[in-house]
Design a protein around this ligand. Structure first.
Ligand SMILES: Cc1cc2nc3c(=O)[nH]c(=O)nc-3n(C[C@H](O)[C@H](O)[C@H](O)COP(=O)(O)O)c2cc1C
Length: 239
């Protein structure tokens, strides 16, 4: 699969059945994903893989965290995929690299791994929930006090049909209860999103990506006192 196609077609998959990648394949893909930007090559993460009956241990921990009427449902969460790859953030303290950068690097690895799984035909979804802070869950997985559980990558085989997939973001913006598509001038009615093939409604909080990119520079110089010397500007433009 070509890279751009993989990035654009990856969607989180909730309906995941057997089989899942074996540990050797998972590790090989993680090795590749670990090439994501990582300041200092610290690899401040580790993974705990759960399959088969091991998932019941996690399910029991989920249930312990839940109120009595919701325990069965909580336990079943751990069986939603054949492979649960627990993401443990293990920030390194013996470095000047700030913790937030280490967390950012870890998120980059997770996304790269999702892409690589997708490229190989596997489905995945990153899930968290209140369970990540549950002492019982943390103890079950052996998460140390100075580590943070970032949730699980649920991994398996998605169904062949693509019905449950969410569409890649297309820039539609929800306005006034309906949807509108930038540029075409036609405002579809409120039921338009129910038609087969209609674009998925994007939640209000989702800003179009182009609104998050700015090419405007702040006024320069910000103040007379902070302007660089003309000589330094000359040196930079000459390099
Ligand atoms: C750190 C993180 C935690 C998430 N936790 C959950 C979760 O607990 N449950 C859930 O349904 N989706 C969760 N999501 C969102 C899904 O992983 C997924 O990104 C979302 O359903 C959008 O689907 P897409 O990846 O196809 O765009 C989480 C995403 C991230 C990045």
């Amino acid at each position: 699969m070509e890279l751009t196609e993989a990035v654009l077609t990856r969607r989180s998959r909730k309906d995941l059945a057997e089989p899942a990648p074996d540990t050797a394949e998972f590790t090989a893909l993680l090795q590749a994903a670990a090439s994501a930007p990582d300041h200092g090559r610290l690899r401040p993460w580790r993974w705990v893989l759960l399959r088969g009956a091991q998932r019941s241990l996690l399910g029991a921990a989920f249930a312990a965290h839940a109120p009595a009427p919701a325990r069965d449902r909580a336990a079943a969460k751990a069986r939603r995929a054949p492979l649960l790859a627990s993401v443990v953030f293990a920030p390194r303290r013996d470095t000047s690299v700030p913790e937030w950068e280490q967390l950012a690097a870890t998120a980059g690895v997770v996304h790269s791994l999702e892409l690589l799984l997708h490229d190989r035909g596997w489905g995945s979804i990153w899930r968290t929930g209140r369970e990540v802070d549950s002492p019982v869950v943390r103890e079950t997985l052996g998460v140390a006090p100075d580590e943070k559980l970032l949730g699980w990558l649920y991994i398996g085989t998605p169904p062949p049909e693509q019905q449950e997939q969410s569409e890649p973001e297309t820039g539609e913006r929800e306005e006034g209860g309906g949807t509108s598509t930038q540029g075409n001038g036609a405002a579809p009615g409120p039921r338009a999103a129910l038609r087969p093939g209609a674009p998925r409604r994007v939640p209000k909080r989702t800003a179009p990506v182009d609104a998050l990119v700015s090419t405007a520079l702040p006024p320069y110089p910000p103040s007379a006192g902070t302007a660089p010397a003309a000589s330094s500007l000359r040196r930079r433009s000459a390099s």
